[in-house]
Design a protein around this ligand. Sequence first.
Ligand SMILES: *Cc1c(COP(=O)(O)O)cnc(C)c1O
Length: 376
Amino acid sequence: MPIQSFIPPQRTLMGPGPSDVNPRILSALARPTVGHLDPTFVGMMDEVKSLLQYAFQTENAFTIAVSAPGSAGMEACFVNLLTPQDTVVVCRNGVFGARMIENVQRGGANLIVVDSPWGRAVDPQQLEDTLKQNPQANFVAFVHAETSTGALSDAKTLCEIARKHDCLTIVDAVTSLGGVELKVDDWGIDAIYSGSQKCLSCVPGLSPVSFSERATEVIKNRKTPVQSWFLDQSLVMGYWSGEGKRSYHHTAPVNSLYALHEALVILQQEGLEQSWARHKAQHQKLAGGLNKLGLDFIVPQEERLPQLNSVFIPKGVDDVAVRSYLLNEYNLEIGAGLGDFAGSAWRIGLMGYAARSENVALCLSALEDALGRFSA
Ligand SMILES: *Cc1c(COP(=O)(O)O)cnc(C)c1O
């Protein structure tokens, strides 16, 4: 038998990403492919830039989507900004902070780590103390929304502290963009990256990034070329910037960019503040139901991400059996614990199009059923 077409099951995605994709975005993806230097496509890329500026709340000219997943956006920020002469303070409170550390180490820059407990926000006082003790530090990096634990850090305060100590900031907003308040210009963020498949509810594979004027200057004034050719943003910028002189760098993922365009149009139509409010309201509904089922949150209330709800698995409950049952019986995906919480937690995502009442209701009733079956 020859291999047949792949027809995926129709799942409801309530894990740490990818999230449920809005059907409008799926149909945008199926529109005819045009050449990546076609004038109509070039015009659409310009719209993607301005829609991203809205989503990030920034006027940064250097605001584009890297043609690869969130991890590539992370890498783009680190490889373009850092040299071995720099000293970076990385705040780590979960898996993604640890990946920032990897990026700093591989790039050969000097590293200082501020550790906060898993499941907690980054502690601003600890950052402040560290910067006082290390005046040579010139970058601060942290994760706004730690998807591995469900903790939200106070990006505004952390950026304020960094700026007071003359440090540029690198912020992971993969899970925060569109889901919680995020204001790149007001908060003075210098380099930020996100992902298409979390609260934007687009297909995976694109990473929106934005660089402030200060960060752009640092990149322009580098004395050594960025060691990654593909992620060298001074080359990529020549591809994304308009004025009729766009030059070939790589072939943009044309249809994926249609999808991102549609996702951002949807966000603009709803309104950023409304989107943040919807995530919060659905989170409160879900949290109430989870508490009734006897599930306890890992993260203290005031540090919780609405779009990623991490709860302890009750004693005697079979983690894998519950998740397989939800998937097979209800076509519902929730996330397993990661890192320190592997095997002891579930991560329930309410990201983008998934942050709706019907999803909350499905998740709560399916979990109630599963917990009844698989508790010791
Ligand atoms: C998902 C995620 C990433 C990585 O994004 P990919 O698209 O999987 O490469 C990075 N940081 C955070 C906080 C994430 O949630």
